[in-house]
Ligand binder design. Structure first.
Ligand code: SF4
Ligand code: SF4
Length: 224
């Protein structure tokens, strides 16, 4: 389970935090967390908070890439634009290519991220996935952290967070839709719905049992 989905849904947590900040400042403003028109990573760089890694993720100067971003649009102009160099992916990476080498889907290239090959995207995709994707996906239930785990800039964070979000896959498969909503609905993975998570869980059990034939996913198993 990707670290972004450990604990409470960050969308809600971040929105509440930004609302509190605006309230304390006596301001009103529009808030965006994750989905919306504003380019959060670029804005964070422009605000001087960090840089963009070769894995295309935003890195906070101290906290690395395991951070969540939110934006509050304020009713007055702010200073910015002093960090043009940090916008270029890999500006602080030097010769390092660890994330490219570690990417299981071959999604990271010198030119950037090929989203269709990213296993995080595959793990969230509704509808058909290919046999090759189904073989690559396990043991991922939701998301993929590989390009962040190997990054030297995340070493301390990875150590602090521990290395694995253990989930009982059989338990996931036994949840009713209502139970899924109650437990997973509080996490950042809940929005994807029980169908897709169950498909991923089935792929994990099949891969653990060493079954060769993974051409089993049908409309039902595929979250459709
Ligand atoms: S999340 Fe996983 S599959 Fe996607 S780019 Fe990173 S390492 Fe590759
Ligand atoms: S793993 Fe290396 S190349 Fe990738 S983002 Fe981290 S420092 Fe940059």
């Amino acid at each position: 389970m990707a670290r972004v989905a450990w604990g409470q849904d960050y969308h809600r947590v971040m929105r509440e935090m930004l609302e509190r900040v605006l309230q304390r400042m006596g301001l009103t403003g529009q808030i965006q967390v994750d989905s919306g028109p504003w380019p959060e990573k670029e804005l964070a760089v422009k605000a001087g908070l960090g840089w963009i890694g070769r894995n295309t993720l935003f890195y906070h100067w101290q906290a690395g890439s395991f951070v969540n971003l939110g934006v509050a649009l304020l009713p007055f102009p702010a200073d910015g634009g002093k960090n043009e160099i940090e916008k270029k992916p890999g500006s602080r990476c030097g010769q390092c290519r660890r994330c490219l080498e570690a990417c299981p889907g071959g999604a990271l290239t010198e030119q950037g991220l090929v989203v269709s090959r990213c296993l995080s995207a595959v793990s969230q995709r509704r509808g058909d996935i290919t046999e090759a994707e189904a073989r690559l996906l396990p043991p991922r239930l939701y998301g993929c952290d590989d390009c962040q785990k190997v990054c030297p800039y995340n070493r301390e964070q990875v150590k602090k967070m521990g290395d694995w979000g253990w989930i009982d896959v059989d338990e996931v498969l036994s949840l009713s839709n209502r139970q899924f909503k109650e437990s997973w609905g509080k996490t950042a993975a809940g929005w994807r719905g029980a169908g897709v998570i169950r498909r991923n869980a089935r792929l994990i059990t099949i891969s653990q049992n060493g079954q060769k034939n993974m051409v089993y996913w049908n409309k039902k198993d595929n979250g459709g």
